[in-house]
Each structure stands twice: as structure tokens, then as C-alpha cells.
Design a protein around this ligand. Structure first.
Ligand code: FE
Length: 203
């Protein structure tokens, strides 16, 4: 694929053209295209990854299986599919913080995070996060990683799609899986933000 930077309008035009060809050739129907867009807009999103993370926090055996083979472990929960065939979970610890990117294009684990945000696909994030991750996290995301913690950047590809298992926050011992999942943000699974300290809607 060419790495020429295109405008949103150009991309949209190309997608429309491809869609028209696939429908004309009988590879896809309009209904199937609409349904696929609807699934990734409304049904598949970071709430699925958050559920996986919460389960890993509460079930050490599941966590071991997740770190061993994320695609297989997610399949246990009925989560998988397009762009999630080879997912790898990288686990944060008190000494290591992980961040994901795709320097070449925009590879991303769709089944657990949904479609990637625009900044993830942009050339600026993709080039800078590799060169100066701490600076990007601080300046672009307001997220400070202490100097004592090593930052590791993982470059996804079509063969290997990484995502982050954040640390379970202190003070959440009393929360059940559902309440824990509500704390897990998309950005925390990309590695550019923290897990929320309180559920959404609470100060
Ligand atoms: Fe990519």
C-alpha cells in the first residue's frame, strides 16, 4: 500500500469506489457493507477490551492465558474476528509501561478496541511515539510516566496486533468485574492514558 498522505475526502472517495466495485462484482451487498459499518461503529468497541481486562484482573488463570495467546483467550469470551486474528497483549507492571502504534499504517486490534481513533492513524503520532514516547505521552496526552518506569513501544503490523493490559488501580479491591470494566478506557489499552480512578459519571 502506498504511504502517500491523503485527505479524508480522498480516502472517502476511494472507499466508496472500492465499495461500488465489490457490490457490482457480487463480492458484497450494500446491506452487508452497511451492516459491517454499523457493527464497528456501534457494537465492537473498547467496551469489549475493557471486559477482557477486567476479567484478567479478577481471574489470574485467565490472565495467564491472555498473555500467552490473546486471540485464543478472547475467543473464550466470544470476542474475535476481523483484524484480531493475531492479537498480542502486553502487560503493564510497576516497572514497565507499554504503548502501541503502527508505524507503517494503522494496524489495530479491532475486535477489542473497535476502529482506531484518527490520531492513531496520523503520521505525527506514528513517527513521534517511537522516537520520543515519554514526551508525546506528556505533551499530547497529558499522561506522565515516571522516570523510574521503562516505556516500551510496540509496532503493530497486519501479522501482529498489540494492545495493552493496564495495571489494576489500587483501591479497587471491592469492585466486581463489571465495575472494574467501567474504569478501563480505550486510551489505557493503547497505552496513552491511565485507567480511570472512578467510574464514568462520578467525580
Ligand atoms: Fe498498520
Amino acid at each position: 500500500m502506498s504511504t502517500t498522505i491523503r485527505t479524508q475526502e480522498e480516502i472517502a472517495a476511494r472507499v466508496k469506489a472500492l465499495e461500488a466495485i465489490m457490490i457490482e462484482k457480487g463480492i458484497m451487498t450494500t446491506g452487508a457493507v452497511d451492516r459491517l459499518a454499523e457493527i464497528y461503529e456501534n457494537e465492537v468497541g473498547p467496551q469489549l477490551g475493557a471486559a477482557v481486562v477486567a476479567k484478567a484482573w479478577t481471574d489470574p488463570e485467565f490472565k495467564a492465558r491472555l498473555v500467552e495467546d490473546a486471540t485464543k483467550a478472547c475467543a473464550e469470551l466470544g470476542i474475535g474476528g476481523l483484524q484480531g486474528e493475531d492479537m498480542v497483549v502486553v502487560e503493564n507492571s510497576p516497572t514497565v509501561h507499554n504503548v502501541i502504534t503502527c508505524t507503517l499504517c494503522s494496524c489495530y486490534p479491532w475486535p477489542v478496541l473497535g476502529l482506531p481513533p484518527n490520531w492513531y492513524k496520523g503520521p505525527e503520532y506514528r513517527s513521534r511515539i517511537v522516537r520520543e514516547p515519554r514526551k508525546v505521552l506528556r505533551e499530547d496526552f497529558g499522561f506522565d510516566v515516571p522516570d523510574s518506569v521503562e516505556v516500551r513501544v510496540w509496532d503493530s503490523s497486519s501479522e501482529m496486533r498489540y494492545w495493552v493490559l493496564p495495571e489494576r488501580p489500587a483501591g479497587t479491591e471491592g469492585l466486581d468485574e463489571k465495575a472494574l470494566a467501567a474504569l478501563v478506557t480505550r486510551d489505557s489499552m493503547i497505552g496513552v492514558g491511565p485507567v480511570a480512578s472512578t467510574p464514568p459519571g462520578q467525580a
